[in-house]
Design a protein around this ligand. Sequence first.
Ligand code: SME
Length: 155
Amino acid sequence: MDAKQLVSELQDLRDSGHLSDALLRYAVRSIERSDPRFDWVGVYLLNSENNELWLHNYVGSPTEHARIPVGTGVCGTAVEQASNMRVDDVSEVENYLACDPDVQSELVVLIRAGDEIFGQLDLDSSEKSAFTDEDETALGMVADKLAEQLAAERR
Ligand code: SME
């Protein structure tokens, strides 16, 4: 994935007046297309009132996990611990929420501005240990750009 290129495209969208909804959809589609390891790519946004993650948009198989309580599954644990999560083998995670039996590994990268968590990018792969440090860094750059727009809309 060419993160610099995607970040620049997202900034172009911002400059031309697009809001977070468009940026989140654009990012998910671009990430999913960028690499055959990425079988499911989605964004969850944190709903602080309900203390839940709500699925904003995704590419891949339909999932029954449209809402995930903070603290549940890989996604909810990432928010609870305020840290990204990389799972090389999902069968070893006790509270893993399966959305597709083919999924073997998962990467969650938080969309955040400092201590404030807006949500996360969630990626699944049908390969074990599919995700690397480079993926996490690249997705972090994209997540930071998305956070800039989300923060701007909160003001
Ligand atoms: N596997 C995630 C749930 C999201 S689905 O994979 C789309 C989890 O354990 O939180």
